[in-house]
Design a protein. Structure first.
Length: 301
């Protein structure tokens, strides 16, 4: 069944009579101490690798960096076959891919949609049984992005992701490489897509935020407040806590340099307030992708 963009927009406006002022925006698990060490090292590599391009930082360009094309597999988890059941029209999925391409273009990443699958399952549509739906639906290699769109998520979350990890068989933690591979991907409430009903988070920026985690970026507010580790990225100002709405001029760490990065895609601001990644965030994503994801097929299933 195909719905026009105008019809979808009208439905979104009708459904948006309730505006959600704040939200548990992201459920991405915190980094483990091992991951903190890995990503601190990557951040240092990124700084070294791109020092020669410092003049280009100010232009927010990544000169001499080849664009990386990410294959995308979309999985819609719905309650039924109607749009109100979360059965997304393909045009809305394409709108989301367009947002990703626009938001990551200056970072020299692009996204190519490979396939859209539809599954009718009440538990999965509620964001439950993560391992079950991912182990059945996941497609592609570790370098490919799987997007899962349930109707809702527990605890009023908008979305979550998993940081990239080494899939080496000699890993020292208790999670197997196979499980890490299967759990990889981004899970996002379907009403946060463009033309969705979850205002002010319905311009597709939840997917941008969670895909940032998929590339290895932490929240701009990191951990530990103004004196903590932050996000380990040198050119994002320290931030004591998430920003909501669009609080221009907010300075939650007045003793640290810079105002809060409320326009950064890795904060919690409203969708229309999010506009940017910093130059070092862009460099860091390339380093993390090349280290953990590029040319990694993943364990045999």
């Amino acid at each position: 069944m195909i719905f026009s963009k105008a019809a979808l927009a009208t439905a979104a406006m009708m459904a948006s009579s309730t505006v959600f002022a704040s939200s548990n925006r992201c459920g991405t698990p915190s980094m483990t101490p091992e991951q903190v060490n890995w990503f601190n090292s990557l951040a240092a590599q990124s700084m070294t690798k791109f020092t020669a391009l410092k003049a280009n930082f100010q232009k927010e360009e990544l000169a001499d960096v080849q664009e990386k094309v990410i294959k995308v597999y979309v999985h819609v988890l719905a309650n039924g076959t109607k749009v109100e059941d979360g059965y997304l029209d393909e045009s809305q999925v394409h709108e989301q891919i367009s947002v990703l391409n626009a938001d990551f273009s200056s970072a020299k990443f692009s996204f190519q949609l490979q396939n859209i699958s539809y599954t009718i399952d009440k538990s999965w549509a509620d964001g439950l049984e993560e391992y079950a739906f991912k182990s059945q639906l996941r497609r592609g290699d570790y370098s490919d992005l799987n997007l899962y769109f349930p109707v809702s998520l527990p605890d009023s979350l908008l979305g979550y992701s998993h940081f990239p990890v080494s899939l080496s068989p000699d890993r020292q933690d208790s999670t197997s490489p196979k499980d890490e591979f299967l759990l990889d991907g981004v899970v996002i409430r379907s009403d946060t897509l463009p033309l969705g009903a979850y205002a002010p988070y319905n311009l597709g920026r939840t997917a941008t935020h969670e895909t940032g985690h998929w590339f290895g970026l932490d929240h701009t507010f990191g951990a530990g407040g103004c004196e903590g580790k932050g996000d380990m990225i040198a050119d994002t100002p320290m931030e004591a806590s998430p920003a909501y709405g669009c609080p221009v001029g907010r300075d939650s760490c007045p003793d640290q340099e810079g105002l809060d990065p409320i326009h950064n895609f890795m904060d919690y601001s409203d969708d229309d307030c999010m506009t940017e990644f910093t130059p070092l965030q862009k460099a860091y994503m390339h380093s993390a992708f090349e280290t953990y994801r590029e040319n990694v097929a993943g364990p045999k299933r």
